[in-house]
Structure formats: C-alpha cells, structure tokens
Design a protein around this ligand. Structure first.
Ligand SMILES: Nc1nc2c(ncn2[C@@H]2O[C@H](COP(=O)(O)OP(=O)(O)OP(=O)(O)O)[C@@H](O)[C@H]2O)c(=O)[nH]1
Ligand SMILES: [Mg+2]
Length: 253
C-alpha cells in the first residue's frame, strides 16, 4: 500500500459534479478525505467509488466539515482544499512542501484567478479588506485567507479550534499567528467553481461569512486588550515591588 504522507480534507456539500476531476488530480502519497456534509446528490457514494476515504458530518457548516476531516486524518501533514474544483489539487505540493521541509508551520494558498470571472467582485473586495485588517492585527504579511492550506496535524489539533462555520479558516490563522507559527503565503490558481455557488458566490453567503469573521475578530481584539491590561497590571505590580532595584526585569505577559 502507498505510504500516505498527506491527508487532504475536502469539505463536501453536493459537489458530485466536481469530485471526479478533483480526485483524479491528487498527487501520489496524498489521501483524499471527503467530508460529506449531508449531500443529497450522491457525493458520498461517488467519492467512495472513486477511492476517497469518506467521513460523514451531520452538522452543517464549512468549519464543522473541515474539522471532522482534521479529526479523521492520520497523516503527519494535513491539507485543506475546497471540493468545488475552484482549486487544483495539483497545486497542493505548493502548500505542503514548505511544511515537509520544516520551513513553515502554516502555508496558505493565495488565490490567483485563472479567468476574469473566477472571483466575484464582492467576495474579492471583502477578502482584500479582511487581509488588510489581519496584516494590521497580526503583523503577518498575508493577502488572502484562502481555503487551500497545509500544516502539521498535531499542530492543528493543538490550536483547539471551535468555530464550525465560515470563521474556521480565520480562527486557524489567528491561532497560528498568536502561537508565533511561521506562516507563509504562496500563489495558487483559482478557477470558477463547478456546480452551484454556496458561500462567497452569493451575497447572502458572503454576509454570513463576514458576520462569522467579524465575531472572531472582535473576540480576538477583546483578548488582545485583556492581555495588554494583564501586562500593564503585572508591570505596575512588578515596579511597585521592585522600587530601589532598577535592574529588575519587566514582567512579560
Ligand atoms: N457553504 C458550505 N460549504 C460547505 C458546507 N459543508 C461543506 N462545504 C464545502 O466547503 C467548500 C467551500 O464551500 P464553497 O461553497 O465552495 O464556498 P466558497 O468557495 O466560499 O463559495 P462558492 O464557491 O462561490 O460557493 C465546498 O467544497 C463545499 O462543498 C456547508 O455547510 N456550507
Ligand atoms: Mg468555492
């Protein structure tokens, strides 16, 4: 049996039209974990017939599906990829190789549209704004919170992610940045999806994603403010107890 080096989590909600193209394009040593999120178009059976490992997740939501895939994975490296054929699995080594080489802890695929209509303007604008905010908050130089990404499985599990909707990729990024992971961005192709658009292709889906992500960013800001306050308190306490000794180290949060 082939040695599985990378498990590829493919969250799947009615993607039967896209699955054959995706599954035949997985590089050698990469195993597909198709997480079926209650599809009614036969996606799960098709994926199984095509040789994928199929996991069922009853709870709706991108994060619920992605996390179920992570929990089912056993390979040392886990990659994520949408199952709508907007991303080419042949690009996966671009995000995986820096992890295998221990040059990065999280690699994100920056979506580069391959055709003019690959990325709806409203989704692109929302993403540009979000990336700008993330650069300011974390200092990490990213330009896209793309769904194609890779990291070590044990590292991802240690992040203890809780979002089960569209905020999952953001929570992963924020957790990785807070833990000082080496985060890298690489260019990956982005084509028009196959099948019906569910999230960013619709204005409603985009608004839900913005809502989920805003909630996470607010929580993250509150946490940073708390940390700053604790650091201040610790500093005051430290300077009060160390008056007369200017060489005492400052408390670190
Ligand atoms: N939207 C959505 N996608 C899910 C869910 N569960 C699994 N998925 C899969 O998650 C991946 C990403 O969802 P997409 O519908 O492609 O979302 P998107 O890329 O933001 O937007 P569009 O491609 O324009 O619809 C796809 O492979 C979906 O099939 C779910 O509950 N909701
Ligand atoms: Mg998509």
């Amino acid at each position: 049996m082939m040695n599985i080096r990378v498990d590829v989590v493919l969250p799947c909600l009615n993607e039967a039209q896209a699955l054959p193209w995706i599954l035949e394009r997985l590089p050698a040593g990469y195993r597909a974990i198709v997480v079926d999120n209650g599809s009614t178009d036969g996606s799960a059976d098709l994926a199984r017939i095509l040789g994928a490992y199929v996991v069922h997740e009853r709870r709706r939501g991108f994060g619920a599906a992605a996390h179920a895939g992570l929990l089912a994975a056993t390979a040392p490296i886990v990659a994520f990829c949408d199952a709508d054929a907007s991303m080419d699995p042949r690009d996966l080594p671009l995000v995986v190789d820096p992890i295998s080489a221990d040059e990065a802890d999280l690699v994100l695929g920056r979506r580069r549209p391959t055709t003019r209509n690959a990325w709806p303007p409203h989704a692109r604008l929302a993403n540009t704004y979000l990336s700008w905010r993330l650069r300011r908050i974390t200092g990490v130089n990213i330009h896209d919170l793309g769904p194609m990404r890779a990291a070590r499985r044990d590292h991802l599990l240690a992040l203890d992610l809780h979002d089960r909707r569209s905020g999952y990729p953001l929570e992963m990024f924020l957790g990785a940045a807070a833990a000082n992971w080496r985060i890298r961005e690489v260019d990956t192709g982005y084509a028009p999806r196959v099948g019906r658009s569910k999230v960013t292709g619709t204005v409603r889906g985009t608004l839900t994603a913005i809502q989920d992500m805003s909630a996470l960013l607010s929580a993250n800001n509150a946490q940073s403010a708390n940390n700053a306050q604790s650091a201040n308190n610790a500093r005051s306490a430290n300077s009060a107890s160390s008056t007369g000794n200017p060489n005492t180290n400052e408390a670190r949060s």
